[in-house]
Design a binder for this molecule. Sequence first.
Ligand SMILES: C[S@@+](CC[C@H](N)C(=O)[O-])C[C@H]1O[C@@H](n2cnc3c(N)ncnc32)[C@H](O)[C@@H]1O
Length: 363
Amino acid sequence: MTADGDRVHEGPAEGDQEHEGPADGGPAHSGPADGGGRTDGARGWREAAREALYGPRGFYRRPEGPAGHFRTSVHASPLFAIAVARLLCRVDEALGRPDGAAFVDMAAGRGELAAGVLAALPPEVAGRIRICAVEVADRPAGLPERIEWLDAPPRGVRGLLFANEWLDNVPVDVVETDGAGVPRRVLVRPDGTELPGAAVDGEDAAWLERWWPLPPEEGLRAEIGLPRDRAWAGAVASLEAGLAVAVDYAHTAGARPPFGTLTGFRAGREVPPVPDGSRDLTAHVALDSCVLPGGRLLTQREALRALGVTGARPPLSLASSDPAGYVRALASAGEASELTAPGGLGDFTWLLQPVGVPDPLAS
Ligand SMILES: C[S@@+](CC[C@H](N)C(=O)[O-])C[C@H]1O[C@@H](n2cnc3c(N)ncnc32)[C@H](O)[C@@H]1O
C-alpha cells in the first residue's frame, strides 16, 4: 500500500468494521448449492458484480465517483496525465499528425485523465485532437465542453486509447477447487456469503486450463479472465490505427495468486467483497491473457521512465538560484516517485497494443 485509499494491495482485506460482511476479510462459505443453481439469491460472482457495480443502484453510478473511494495514478499526480499526453504526441507523430486523431479515455471515471491530457497537450496538437471519455456513469458537471462523453469507444478512430484501471473492474467469475480438486464456480449471496456451484466447463474451463491451471488441491481459487480478454479485444478493435494501452494491477502465468485477489474498496479502505452496491469490487488482471499479437507488457515504472517521469531530485544548486522553483521541482519529484514506486503504483503493468504503428515506447 503506498498511501491511504490506493487500491494497491497484497494481503487479505481488513475486517469490515461495520460488520456487514464476514469479519475475516474473506467471503464466508456455507452449504452446497444444488447443481450450481441459485440458492437464497446466490449467483456467480460475474453476474453479482455486474449488477453491484453497474446496475441502476450500482457503485459506479454513485455521485461521488471512484475518487470518493480510492486513488488511481490519475488522481495521484498531474504528471501521469502529462506522461499520457507525451505518449499521445508520439502516437500522433507515428500516424502522420492527422486531423481528427483521437484520445480515448476508456473507463474515464469522472474524466480526470481526459481533462489532464487536454490541458497538457501542446496547443497545435490540442487544437486538432478529438478527446473522448468513455464511461458507464453520467457526464460530470464542469468537464470542458471539448471532451465528448460516450458510453462506448468510438469506432474506426486513429489515435490513442488509454484504459487506466478498467479491466480490474470488468466482472469475472470466481472458481474454487473442491475436496476432489475439481474447480467449481463460486456462488455469492447478496450479503457476501459464498457457496460452491457447478463444476466449471466449456470455454471457461478451457480458459482456466490455458491461463490459470489449478492444481488438484482443495481450496485454491482463480478468477476467469475471459470477459476481460473479450472486453480488451473489443476496445482494441475500435482503433483503425494507433495504440491501445491498458494499465492495471496484474499477474502473469507462473505467478498467479493461489487464492485469487477479489476484494472490495470503500471510502479509502479495503473491505470484504460484498455485492451490495456500496463498494468497489475488483480483482487483479491476468493481463498476459489479454495481449494480442504485437502487444507487450511492461511495468508502469518502465513506461513512465520512457516518457520522462523519473523522480530524480532537482540539483541542490537550484535551491539558492531559484528557491521557489526548487520547492516545485522537489514536490514534482516526490509525485514521480509515488507513480514509479516499487511495491506501489510503479508495479502496475502496462499492456501496449500497437495497431498498424511501431511501438512508441520501444527504445
Ligand atoms: C477504477 S475506475 C477508473 C477510473 C479512471 N480510469 C481512473 O483511472 O481514475 C473504473 C471505471 O471504469 C468504468 N467502466 C467499467 N466498465 C466500463 C465500460 N464497459 N465502459 C465504460 N466505462 C466502464 C467504471 O464506471 C469506473 O468509472
